[in-house]
Design a protein around this ligand. Structure first.
Ligand code: BEZ
Length: 210
């Protein structure tokens, strides 16, 4: 099943390093990032899991719960977690799904096209507080992801959900934003009393509170 932006994130129940997870229940009314790894004891994944553990305070600030997935059993994950703690300077502080039966991998279409392949690709799903899929990413096995970029997209999603703006190229939290083209100048005057700069009628820049 292909998962598209705007779809309801499929619910599932699966084992993890934190016990059995009922996904919807586990997420509650938080956002979630669900991301897969090719397999346990692989070098790139070890660094990625360490980075997500380091970034936990940043995910917490945004009400985002992280959950990883690797297609190996819990006892293997538990051994790998020791290596992650030893080599990445932080213990795993979020659950890692033990998807040995590929149930979640198949549900979220995380397996590559090669029918013989058993390892997942590097998929990322950002799911909002209503359980809607807001971002999907697929990276090749040999390329580690940039989790700061994922935080940046979450910042953009959370901002643009509440303000009538969009975020321009390379935007970072605190930078100027663009006013939605569907907003008239008259409405923009009311919505953005701080003012805005009109570069073109369709390109109007403004500041929003951090
Ligand atoms: C890994 O560390 O996950 C990995 C590295 C190279 C190729 C495939 C996977």
């Amino acid at each position: 099943m292909t998962i598209r932006l705007g779809d309801r994130a499929p619910d599932f129940t699966q084992d993890s390093t934190d016990g059995r997870i009922h996904f919807d229940e586990w997420r509650g009314d938080n956002w979630a990032i669900l991301f897969s790894h090719p397999a346990d004891f692989t070098p790139v994944c070890t660094t990625e899991l360490g980075m997500v553990a380091h970034l936990k305070p940043e995910f917490d600030k945004r009400r985002v719960k992280a959950i990883g997935l690797s297609v190996d059993p819990v006892d293997s994950h538990a051994k790998w977690a020791k290596d992650i703690e030893e080599t990445q300077g932080t213990a795993l502080n979020f659950p890692l799904l033990a998807d040995a039966d590929r149930k979640v991998a198949q549900l979220y279409d995380m397996l590559p096209a090669d029918a013989a392949a058993t390892a997942t690709v590097r998929s990322v799903f950002v799911i909002d507080a209503k359980g809607v899929v807001r971002l999907t990413l697929t990276y090749p096995a040999a390329t580690g992801r940039n989790f700061n970029e994922i935080l940046r997209v979450i910042d953009s999603l959370q901002l643009t959900d509440t303000a009538k703006v969009a975020t321009p190229v390379n935007w970072q939290h605190g930078d100027d934003v663009v006013i939605l083209p569907s907003i008239s100048n008259e409405d923009a005057d009311k919505l953005f009393p701080q003012g805005y700069r009109q570069v073109k009628p369709y390109l109007r820049m403004t500041k929003v509170a951090n």
